[in-house]
Design a protein around this ligand. Structure first.
Ligand code: 26W
Length: 823
């Protein structure tokens, strides 16, 4: 199917192929230092990556030069996470070199897919938030927009997950072990970042109070640049990641004392700053090192941004006309206080002018409503680590609260609620409040999420700043998630629409609507899906020794394991189905393969128990002859970007079953829709917009709405009522609680069942169970009619254009950043 990739005819002529072969051998010898007669496949991967990087590099320099000459306004996307995945195939497809390189390698007796398999993932993110940042970089470059990413070059990305005896075990992700062929180290781009220390107050000549931050412990931030190639004639943008380096201060001090070992020890300890990505999403961790990471990359990025702006010879009042900064959640929100510090303490601006500039530059994206994920930091920690920033935050707060007091006199409770400082039980800085007060726009990531954000967690702020709050629904890049991951379907779409313009203009997929009614097209569409399922089955056979039937319905839930995402609801359905099959073994069951994948935060006991439960259920079912050919459960270990690219094209049924009102948007829901899956989902996050776009009849919506759930909770939700009222639910829960799937440790899963029955079932799993099971029955009925299913699957692809991250980025560019595509 690879022939459907838009091979650039000129680049696949024999002369060019010959040149590529020469380039590969030269790189192998001169850059990798290997003799062609004695190589590992990895050596060829590195040689290849270098040749591809060479091709990108010139275009990258042209783009940078052009941005410089046009002096266009830029956006800087600040994010603690960029979950990029592998780069090779993406770079080859975006630049049109895929086919030529494939042929060159083939001529040399090698296979591009195998060579590409040697690449380590850049897994510098936890999940949705980090992957969104990566999709946004692809769109910025493909749309020729001057957009730059800033983040941290972690030595260790998200842990790799192994399953041992059914349990998750975390292993370090040493992704830089063999080096990263895509990056350019910039040892000369080095900034000093200060921590701790003390403040000294001085008077300016004009009587203004000024502050000096002295006796700090400093760390250097060194830049590494990653080129981000846009699609086709798109530009090549830059992602700059910071690595921590020791200053030479320790060296001098301890060397003078003759203490060499101590000097080296100090060096390692400051370089630990960028050692590892924190693997927790949605639980906030008040760890000092995390706050240091946040400030570290923010400080370096702002210094770099201002160097580029040319602070020395330009009027800072112009900064907001040249620079927009997007805060990816509150993790970089300290940037607001940092810019204020620079403007006040280093450039001597007056408060009001500095704050006016700051607010015009920053915008903040919120990615979660879960209270336990909203970042707050102990004032005591802040005071020790960043004393001047705490002071500035207090000053921002005071001016803000004065204004609130003027507008709403006498409302002390409002003041307490919106304060940047939480005064209850140990003072803490509320980073979301800082982000809102210091930004001109705050956006949620799907319509429902943005509404709930304004009516719940940020209600008071929405009243104070009604024009500040907007929605920008997330999107995903169709380059990686359809064109690259699913060449079979991509080729079919290109053929059906007449060209591949859809890759950079995804709304064109609407042109497939009439083809949903075309039997010939549907048949080819079904073949493409079947081939993807067979390919996945082959991979899982090879890797895990599993036998999957590609003719069965592939029912897939892949995402971080979290109670609110309700993997447990999925498992309750699996157990129910198991019981039904056991009760009626001769009935005509639609064969199903239920696939689960995702990582649990290392300290999240319940999530880890869910993984073990899935594996224990799978083991019992695998041993039962009555289930064979009817129902199989599989937990795929180490879900990551590459796994996602294998799985998503093979999905029939996309599980998006979070408790309504909890999943901010979801993005795997969009990827699966784009790849022709039907969704079974709640009216949550972007599922609602998927239903609008593809038509409510073309997916399986079930469960309580956010409003109904709020009402149910007001009345007093009683999980036991559901337990008593539904015998199938009772049976499934009793089996899990009593050790049916864990006879060697009967109580193993009691904590899970207790969280539902004794713990109040915070995520309303039981309330949605019956409706979910009914929706699953509707799934079976439709799947039984392959043509009817295919028709709806085509309509899902046709309706997925809205979920391109190009659309999201255009909205950000227009309504927040005020930046334009470059010629
Ligand atoms: C402080 C620790 C921490 C780290 C990460 C807390 C919270 C996070 C993220 C906000 C969690 C996250 O990834 N949120 C997801 O963002 C996606 C992109 O907008 C959405 O599609 C998901 O619904 C949302 O869960």
């Amino acid at each position: 199917m690879k022939e459907f990739h838009d091979a650039d005819a000129a680049s696949t002529n024999p002369k060019n192929i010959g040149e590529l072969k020469t380039a590969l051998v030269n790189r192998l010898i001169y850059s990798i230092g290997k003799d062609p007669i004695d190589t590992h496949e990895r050596d060829w991967f590195f040689a290849l990556a270098h040749v591809v990087r060479d091709q990108i590099t010139l275009r990258w320099m042209e783009s940078m030069r052009q941005y410089y000459l046009s002096d266009a306004k830029r956006v800087y996307y600040l994010s603690m996470e960029f979950l990029i995945g592998r780069t090779l195939d993406n770079a080859l497809l975006n630049t049109g070199g895929y086919e030529a390189f494939r042929l060159a390698l083939e001529d040399m007796g090698m296979n591009l897919d195998e060579i590409g398999g040697e690449e380590e993932e850049a897994a510098l993110g936890n999940g949705g938030l980090g992957r969104l940042a990566a999709c946004f970089l692809d769109s910025l470059a493909s749309l020729r927009m001057p957009g730059f990413g800033y983040g941290i070059r972690y030595d260790y990305g998200i842990f790799s997950q192994r399953i041992e005896d059914g349990w998750q075990v975390e292993h370090p992700d040493n992704w830089l072990r063999y080096g990263n062929p895509w990056e350019f180290a910039r040892p000369e781009v080095l900034y000093r970042v200060q921590f701790y220390g003390r403040l000294v107050e001085t008077q300016d000549t004009d009587g203004q109070r000024r502050y000096q931050w002295l006796d700090t412990q400093d760390v250097m931030a060194m830049a590494y640049d990653l080129p981000i190639p846009g699609y086709g004639e798109g530009t090549v943008n830059n992602l700059r990641l910071w690595a921590a380096k020791a200053t030479r201060d320790f060296e001098l001090r301890y060397f003078n004392e003759g203490n060499y070992i101590k000097a080296v020890e100090q060096k390692t300890s400051s370089e630990n700053l960028s050692k590892v990505l924190y693997p927790d999403d949605t639980t906030q961790m008040g760890r000092e090192l995390r706050l240091k990471q946040e400030y570290f990359f923010v400080s370096a990025s702002l210094q770099d941004i201002l160097v580029h702006f040319g602070t020395e010879h330009r009027d800072l009042a112009e900064l907001p006309d040249e620079v927009a900064i997007q805060l990816n959640d509150t993790h970089p929100a300290i940037a607001i206080a940092e810019l204020m510090r620079i403007l006040l303490d280093q450039h001597g601006l007056a408060w009001d002018q500095a704050f006016g500039i700051t607010v015009r530059i920053f915008a903040y994206t919120n990615h979660t409503l879960l209270p336990e994920a909203l970042e707050t930091w102990p004032v005591r920690l802040f005071e020790r680590l960043l004393p001047r920033h705490l002071q500035i935050i207090y000053d921002i707060n005071q001016k803000f609260l004065d204004e609130v007091g003027r507008r709403f006199p006498g409302d002390g409770d409002l003041i307490r609620r919106v304060s940047l400082i939480d005064e209850d039980g140990g003072k803490r800085v509320r980073m979301s409040h800082l982000a809102i007060v210091g930004s001109h726009k705050v956006n949620g990531v799907a319509k429902l999420h943005s509404e709930l954000m304004q009516s719940t967690i940020f209600r008071d702020f929405a009243r104070l700043f009604p024009d500040r709050f907007i929605n920008i629904t997330n999107g995903v890049t169709p380059r990686r998630w359809l064109h690259q991951a699913n060449p079979g379907l991509a080729g079919l779409i290109t053929e059906a629409l007449g060209d591949s313009a859809w890759v950079s203009d995804l709304e064109r997929l609407r042109g497939l609507v009439p083809l949903a009614g075309d039997a010939e097209f549907r048949s080819r569409f079904r073949t493409a899906k079947f081939d993807n399922k067979a390919r996945l089955a082959g991979l899982l056979k090879q890797r895990l020794g599993l036998a999957l039937d590609p003719a069965s319905l592939f029912d897939v839930q892949i995402k971080r394991i979290h109670e609110y995402k309700r993997q447990l609801l999925n498992l309750l359905h699996v157990v129910t189905r198991y019981n039904r099959i056991k009760d009626q073994p001769t009935a005509a069951w639609i064969p199903r393969t239920v696939i689960l994948g995702g990582k649990a935060a290392p300290g999240y006991r319940m999530a880890k128990l869910v993984i073990k439960l899935a594996n224990d259920i799978a083991r019992v079912m695998d041993r039962d002859p009555a289930l064979q050919g009817r129902l199989k459960l599989v937990f795929v270990p180490d879900y990551n970007v590459s796994r996602a690219m294998e799985l998503i094209p093979a999905v029939d049924l996309s599980e998006q079953i979070s408790t309504a009102g909890t999943e901010a948007s979801g993005t795997s829901n969009m990827k699966m829709t784009m790849n022709g899956a039907l969704t079974i989902g709640t009216l949550d996050g972007a599922n609602i917009e998927i239903a609008e776009q593809v038509g409510r009849d073309n997916l399986f919506i079930f469960g309580l709405t956010a409003g109904e759930l709020a009402e149910l909770r007001r009345r007093g939700y009683q999980p036991w009522d559901y337990y008593h009222a539904n015998s199938e639910l009772r049976r499934a829960l009793d089996m899990i609680a009593s050790g049916y799937f864990s006879p060697e440790e009967p109580d193993r899963f009691k904590p899970l069942v207790d969280s539902l029955l004794m713990g109040g079932d915070q995520w309303a799993v039981l309330a949605d169970y019956a409706d979910y099971v009914a929706a699953q029955e509707a799934v079976d009925r439709l799947y039984g009619d392959g043509e009817a299913w295919a028709r709806q699957a085509v309509l899902n692809v046709a309706g997925s254009g809205w979920f391109s991250s190009d659309r999201s980025i255009r909205e950000y560019a227009g309504s927040i950043w005020n930046i334009q595509p470059q010629a």
